[in-house]
Design a protein around this ligand. Structure first.
Ligand code: SF4
Length: 239
């Protein structure tokens, strides 16, 4: 699965302008999670991530190219305890998977991709209320003052995400990146739409849509992203 590799490289290239703080998953205790989303009143919350019109973005990329070779959490910008006012926010996840062998077992690939998408929106760290807009790929987070007092930070929240992702057997490594530096969030924000277009096209292909490129609304995406046509039409037909 190399469909997202150019976006991962673009993201890492843009983030290289910042200073990362890296945390190994093995050394982190994941923040405790709830079964479902929790409502946190504004009066009980600290500053919001991605709130008050600050830029925010969330996207997830899958790869088999070794672009996520460790389970780790990386933070660019201020960590939760240091944030004193509403701030820009990005959460990027890079998933290293085993070879999904798309053409041989499409149903398994399809199910794995569905499971990954499910986790994206179904981790509920305690005292950390996530509001997502799937249409605009924005993510806002309200953090309870009580959680801040208890020491919530990105390394522990990221570890909670990794723990959940690792329940999917096809996932080998997970890299969760949090960004609170406005300039960096703005630099990577545009990638979300491209990721979305690839994921939607991939889902349609695996769903068994007809192979008629001349009448297909996904053509602009397939023309741009290496590997999508091969996946749908087979190697020879795509040439
Ligand atoms: S390969 Fe052709 S038919 Fe298949 S999704 Fe891409 S453009 Fe559409």
């Amino acid at each position: 699965m190399k469909l997202y590799d150019s976006i991962i490289e673009e993201t890492l290239g843009a983030l290289a302008k910042g200073t990362p703080k890296c945390f190994s998953y093995e050394k982190e205790k994941p923040w405790s999670c709830l079964e479902n989303t929790e409502f946190i009143m504004q009066r009980d919350a600290g500053p919001e991530l991605g709130g008050s019109g600050e830029p925010s973005v969330n996207y997830t990329c899958v790869t088999t190219s070794g672009l996520a070779n460790e389970d780790e959490i990386i933070v660019y910008g201020q960590d939760i305890p240091e944030i004193k006012k509403d701030t820009a926010f990005a959460r990027i996840v890079i998933l290293e998977t085993c070879d999904l062998k798309e053409s041989e077992d499409q149903e398994k690939t399809f199910q794995t991709i569905r499971n990954m998408e499910f986790v994206r929106y179904h981790v509920f760290p305690e005292g950390y209320m996530v509001r997502v807009s799937a249409s605009s790929n924005q993510e806002q987070v309200r953090i309870a003052k009580s959680a801040i007092k208890k020491g919530i930070c990105f390394s522990k929240v990221g570890a909670a995400y990794i723990k959940k992702y690792k329940e999917i057997p096809e996932i080998k490594k997970v890299r969760v990146i949090f960004v609170t530096e406005k300039e960096l969030v703005n630099a990577i924000k545009g990638n979300a739409e491209k990721v979305d277009a690839i994921t939607k096209t991939l889902t349609h292909i695996l769903d068994g849509m007809p192979t008629d490129c001349g009448h297909c609304s996904m053509k602009p995406v397939c023309d741009e992203v290496d590997g999508l046509k091969e996946l749908h039409l087979g190697k020879k037909a795509a040439k």
